[in-house]
Design a protein around this ligand. Structure first.
Ligand code: HEC
Ligand code: HEC
Length: 290
């Protein structure tokens, strides 16, 4: 009996090890369905011409395609959810193997006003940034971009999309990151009630909201930091706002190597903030009240 159990255990182990190996192979073209949000956001900005619209359309499909992760488990949209201001509602998102990310997912919007990108500003070009989550070992786990291009080329819907965006159907990592970048540039805010109020429609904000705005700008000086683009966008600089005495995450200091930058994080964009809980680089606060 013990012998049988031992043999069964070994067989089981072999099966488990084999299937793990199999599921992380980039060549494994398991067909997963592509699910785009039913209501597209208000694409595309008026500054886009028709060729940028086509590139953004390709970028949007790539953004929601879990074939971009090594085991086809998650897409960019898994951690950047349109309904949540393109952020995530857990402090740390889970990557392709179910492991947690190091920081709270940043909501994607108004990236051209963000200054440098990520909580610690470690990247300053959107086109470079897009390949980072794809290759990140927690997020999407792709180490071989040629294999990724081959994998995408086998999916019928990309032939036309790449052709429309780039004039031929060749798939390269530069084109993937370029299209994702153009799509993300298309995600902008700018017609909130706050914008309408600034444009002269004074009746759209309640008395309480106006009081909050005044406290934000005067008494509490929040606007000295949260002032990007004249409308509470990120402003591209980094501050340590005193959340911790000792740092488990050095933030900006990890990038610059300067001790004075330890514990500093990028001043975040406050647009859509009601949708992007939990808050701060580590999602420590669950509500805006906190
Ligand atoms: C497993 C979750 C996860 C996945 C998948 C993921 N991201 Fe992210 N993303 C994050 C987290 C967490 C951050 C913040 C990281 C940091 O700042 O250190 C982030 C940050 C970003 C930022 C920076 C935004 C800013 O304001 O600086 C962009 C842009 C971005 N991701 C785009 C993408 C794209 C494009 C993909 C798909 C190719 C993707 N992400 C996939 C979790 C994820
Ligand atoms: C000295 C600059 C500075 C001032 C002043 C300031 N903030 Fe911030 N704020 C930051 C930084 C930096 C962060 C990110 C901190 C982190 O994650 O470690 C932040 C984070 C936030 C967040 C969380 C956003 C998110 O997406 O996670 C909110 C909300 C916020 N601030 C509101 C306010 C309000 C309201 C005031 C005024 C009472 C204020 N801030 C004053 C720099 C500032």
């Amino acid at each position: 009996m013990r012998k049988i159990i031992a043999i069964l255990t070994i067989v089981l182990l072999v099966v488990v090890v084999y299937s793990c190996k199999k599921s992380t192979s980039v060549q494994d073209l398991k067909t997963v369905s592509l699910v785009l949000p039913p209501t597209p956001a208000n694409y595309y900005p008026s500054t886009f011409d028709s060729s940028m619209n086509k590139t953004a359309t390709l970028g949007r499909v790539l953004f929601y395609d879990s074939h971009l992760s090594v085991n086809n488990a998650i897409s960019c949209g898994s951690c950047h959810k349109q309904a949540l201001g393109f952020g995530d509602n857990s402090a740390f998102s889970t990557g392709y193997q179910g492991l947690p990310t190091k920081r709270n997912s940043l909501p994607i919007s108004d990236l051209s006003l963000a200054g440098s990108l990520f909580w610690d500003g470690r990247e300053d070009r959107l086109a470079n940034l897009s390949l980072r989550p794809i290759s990140n070992h927690v997020e999407m786990g792709i180490s071989d971009f040629d294999a990724l291009c081959t994998k995408l080329a086998a999916l019928p819907y990309y032939t036309q999309l790449f052709h429309d965006a780039y004039g031929d159907n060749q798939i390269t990592s530069d084109r993937i990151s370029g299209a994702l970048g153009v799509f993300m540039q298309a995600i902008t805010t700018g017609n909130s009630r706050f914008d309408q109020y600034n444009a002269g429609n004074k009746s759209v904000l309640t008395a309480q909201e106006i009081e909050g705005m005044n406290l934000f700008n005067t008494k509490y000086n929040c606007g000295t930091c949260h002032n990007g683009g004249g409308g509470y966008y990120g402003n591209g600089s980094f501050k340590d706002i005193g959340l911790d005495n000792s740092y488990s995450d050095l933030g900006r200091g990890e990038v610059t190597g300067i001790a004075a930058d330890n514990g500093s994080f990028r001043i975040p964009n406050l647009r859509n903030v009601a949708l992007t809980a939990p808050y701060m680089h580590d999602g420590r606060y669950k509500t805006l009240g906190d």
